[in-house]
Design a protein around this ligand. Structure first.
Ligand code: FES
Ligand code: FES
Length: 162
């Protein structure tokens, strides 16, 4: 029998509370709370589809227990921007055709955001290394790398940085 306890999570700036067993992963918790923009792939750290920012750093939410995220800022791809006000990364992915089926896209964008925040002017190799934990079955990565490169340039523009 597993024991549930309240877990308080701050997701995209909003506090949400739910009762979870200690073994509930952050991926499971987020999706149970309706954050289905966080995708479930391998559930063992291989695909990156489940990536979220934890205090600004990309993590695989399938490898993180929900309670471990208490008191920290969780950001999903929906917390970066919206269809009406897209983040430069989201806009670049749309403009470049970097999303095909789109299943990998939330995790790729999160990984790219985490990298650009630390390396605002990444080389192609930097981008490929940063995204090496994100699997995409559709694009062949060329459009993804282009989109991240273009978004980084926009984000370096004074007034456009997000
Ligand atoms: S679902 Fe988390 S890395 Fe694949
Ligand atoms: S766009 Fe389909 S898996 Fe990447």
């Amino acid at each position: 029998m597993s024991t549930h306890r309240p877990v308080v999570l701050t997701i995209n700036g909003r506090t949400e509370t739910a009762s979870f067993p200690a073994h509930r992963t952050l991926l499971e918790a987020l999706r149970e709370l309706g954050h289905v923009e966080v995708k479930c792939g391998c559930e063992k750290g291989d695909c990156g589809a489940c990536a979220v920012l934890l205090d600004g750093v990309a993590v695989d939410s399938c490898l993180t227990l929900a309670w471990m995220a208490e008191g920290r800022q969780i950001t999903t791809v929906s917390g970066l921007g919206s269809a009406d006000a897209p983040h430069p990364l989201q806009q670049a992915f749309a403009d470049s055709g970097a999303a095909q089926c789109g299943y990998c896209t939330p995790g790729v964008i999160i990984a790219a955001k985490s990298m650009i925040d630390r390396n605002p002017d990444p080389s192609e190799e930097d981008i490929r290394v940063a995204l090496s934990g994100n699997l995409c079955r559709c694009t062949g990565y060329v459009k993804i790398v282009e989109a991240v490169h273009d978004a980084a340039a926009v984000m370096r523009t004074p007034g456009d940085r997000k």
